[in-house]
Design a protein around this ligand. Sequence first.
Ligand SMILES: Nc1ncnc2c1ncn2[C@@H]1O[C@H](COP(=O)(O)OP(=O)(O)OP(=O)(O)O)[C@@H](O)[C@H]1O
Ligand SMILES: [Mg+2]
Length: 266
Amino acid sequence: MPMPAPSVPEVPATAQPPMSIKLQGVTKRYGSNLILDNISLDVPPGETVALIGPSGGGKSTLLRCLNCLNTFETGQIHVGPHVLQPDSSGEIPGPVRQQVRRLLGMIFQDFQLFPHLTALQNVIEAPINVLKKAPDEARERGLKLLERVGLAARAHAFPHQLSGGQKQRVAIARALAMEPRGLLCDEITSALDPELKGEVLDVLEDLKREGMTLLMVTHEIGFARRAADRVVVLAGGKIVENGPPSQVIDAPQTERTRTFLSRVLG
Ligand SMILES: Nc1ncnc2c1ncn2[C@@H]1O[C@H](COP(=O)(O)OP(=O)(O)OP(=O)(O)O)[C@@H](O)[C@H]1O
Ligand SMILES: [Mg+2]
């Protein structure tokens, strides 16, 4: 009997190969507070990096700099072929900002879905308005993406009719609809019950298997141990540890990481 063909996801998350993300000497201040202190970090294509660390350590700020939601003062950020560097007015030039946002999807703890649009409408809004896709094509792909995150049956539900885990999966489908080559996730399971967390983390593990470059801020140490290629600890605006989960989580080198992990792990 012939061997069954390996199952191939119908809608690959990445139409193109994944890309690398690199920060070189990035410094960011708010007023006189140094929030990111000379951060250098490499995320090779297809790698999953879990960013952990104490509250206020700069994790969200770092992700926001990558997606041009924040500016920074010094250093450079490479996203695939693009280089982010503030110009003389301290801004990232608009065209680069747009290109980088196309390559990097970002998902937040509070979903940020449009409340007046159904799940499907949320997913297809940007492909139609930004990518200028034909509505029928966007709809067809949107339905496939919702199917992919296990929500085909809820395509026409509004956000208030969905559970937290379902809303977060719609947010993932919406990010994927823009055909990103990397995803930034900022504590996307923090507001969810344990079972719903599992649903969302399963989708991320799937994306990782497909080769998506993932940089995720998470307090899910179990997930980081299982799914991350690398764990980076950010505290007080500095990277205090960076290595495989077996090293950073199971044999941390710094007192700062040990204290943080003992608090999170209870
Ligand atoms: N818009 C802002 N203006 C001034 N300070 C800010 C602003 N945004 C963040 N900060 C400060 O920057 C520091 C880092 O904040 P950030 O949100 O990056 O931390 P975090 O590591 O994501 O923390 P948490 O785990 O609580 O989400 C904090 O001291 C915060 O108060
Ligand atoms: Mg944060």
